[in-house]
Design a protein around this ligand. Sequence first.
Ligand code: MLT
Length: 326
Amino acid sequence: MTLFKSLVGATALAATLIAASASAEGYPERNITMVVPFAAGGPTDTVARLVAESMSKDLGQQVLVENVGGAGGTLGAGRVASSEPDGYTILLHHIGMATSATLYRKLAYDTLNAFDYVGLVTEVPMTIVARKDFEPTDLKGMVEYVKANKDKVTVANAGIGAASHLCGMLFMSQIETPLVTVPYKGTGPAMTDLLGGQVDIMCDQTTNTTKQIQGGTIKAYAVTSPARLDVLPDVPTATEGGLADFQVGIWHGVYTPKGTPADAIAKLNASLKKALKDENVVARFAELGTTPSADADVTPEALKAKLESEIGRWKPVIEAAGQYAD
Ligand code: MLT
């Protein structure tokens, strides 16, 4: 009986492995879910939908964005980490993958061992913005005002581990003033409250703030890029505004669950590369203050190296701030 059971077990395992490799050969044969670990309407969602739309055309299957917000992006990342490694669930995430590895000491997944890598996507500058009737007229005055009203001023972010949280943390440490933070499931919903005046300031990516700044519906104090942006020529850099060394770029990458068939990853990588050369994607990125990653960086190796180096870079910064999620 034991021999029979082990033969049945081996046959079942072989069938599963054949099925998995077979699906990779014909991959993709059905829709692909691209998990965005933040609410719809925010910067990560904006980048993802542009890339997903282009990849859908290329792959001949729908790449459908699913927003899984919460806990600074870690709920969405965890969802993908525990998904079938068959190439039909992928993750588009950003620097939060690296910061959360230190900020969350009880993560549901092992950041460096739960994912395979497809490639980098883009690195987006940030902007320090406020509700449009916020009194200060420049960054220097804003810092003075915030310091003098530290118990009153509210800072929106997308939860501990989000890019908006990281930028806000750097801002508060630079001005040596802790502020009241208001977490959201993404800076899409946070922007709604900023526009409505329910929250005072935010540090968010240009992919979410450029149109609002250009339209005058929010106030911009600085960009966190080394130089001013073509799309926001009147917004000084943080360095110009007196915050030296305040440069933050939010890199984004595409991941799959660990164990995804290599030829599925190769097809995803080829499609991602094409999407980042798609003239509509390039044009929309440019309108929103960013550019696609260089071809040499849209590789699994480049994303893996970026994640590893960024975990190492932010670990001491976060430990020095002593701010953890749990
Ligand atoms: C963040 O990290 O702040 C996210 O980019 C917010 C978002 O994409 O909604």
